[in-house]
Every structure is written in C-alpha cells, then in structure tokens.
Design a protein. Structure first.
Length: 134
C-alpha cells in the first residue's frame, strides 16, 4: 500500500528509528527491517533519533558505537536513503523518542505495567512474519 502511494505521489516516507540497547539494536534486526523495506519496493529516508527513556525500566539508548555501526548498516542496506542522526536535545525540549509521555499522567514506574516497545520500524518486520531469536 505504501509503495503504491509513493509511486502515485512521489513522496518519500521518513522512518524515525530510536535504537534501544538489547531491544532493536542488533545487526540481525537492522538487516531484517531494511530487507522488509526493500522487499516492498519502498524508497525511504531514515532519521535515527535519540532515545531518552522515561525511566530505566523502559530501556536505555544503545552505545554510541552501536548507533554508528547501525547507521552504516542502514546506509549499506538502503543505498538510496538519506540517513541522518538527529542530535540529542534536552529533556526540556521533549523532542526525542520517549519524551512525549510525561503529560499523559500515566504511572510509568508501575512494575505491573507492560514495557513499551518502540515499533517505528519493527512493525515492518512483524508484518513480514519475521521472528527473532536470542
């Protein structure tokens, strides 16, 4: 559906991706996501956004070396894409992944609350029926 929309409008979707340590930052996941984009014939641009977790219960940002490795991998797997790493902004700006939840009034410290997952690009892999082991 997106590829048909892109063909009709010439709009390039921009994928926003935050790397979360141990969740979506391994090379296998990055490769699966890039392959899923390529498989549907979609041309995209990618913004790698910084992950500012609301609390440590919700994960931490990947190491800088992992982010650099993954950006290089995305550039190789999606050669036509403009891949940009967005500079980190302060918590006062509320403009990084994980920063929009404070005003919702939800208790994110509750140990019974399910852990949120950043699905910006992971949904593509899920839609393909891909599975991850490990």
């Amino acid at each position: 559906m997106l590829s048909e929309y892109q063909q009709a409008t010439h709009v390039v979707p921009k994928l926003h991706w935050a790397f979360i340590r141990g969740e979506n930052d391994d090379e296998e996941t990055v490769t699966l996501i890039c392959d899923a984009v390529n498989d549907v014939g979609l041309h995209v641009d990618v913004n790698v956004v910084r992950y500012n977790s609301y609390s440590v219960m919700h994960g931490t940002e990947s190491a800088e070396s992992t982010i650099c490795r993954n950006v290089a991998l995305v550039r190789r797997r999606l050669p036509g894409a403009k891949v940009k790493v967005i500079d980190r902004v302060g918590f006062d700006v509320k403009a990084s992944c994980g920063m929009f939840i404070e005003s919702a009034g939800v208790d994110f410290q509750s140990p019974t609350r399910p852990r949120p997952v950043d699905v910006s690009l992971q949904e593509i892999v899920v839609d393909r029926g891909a599975t991850r082991t490990g």
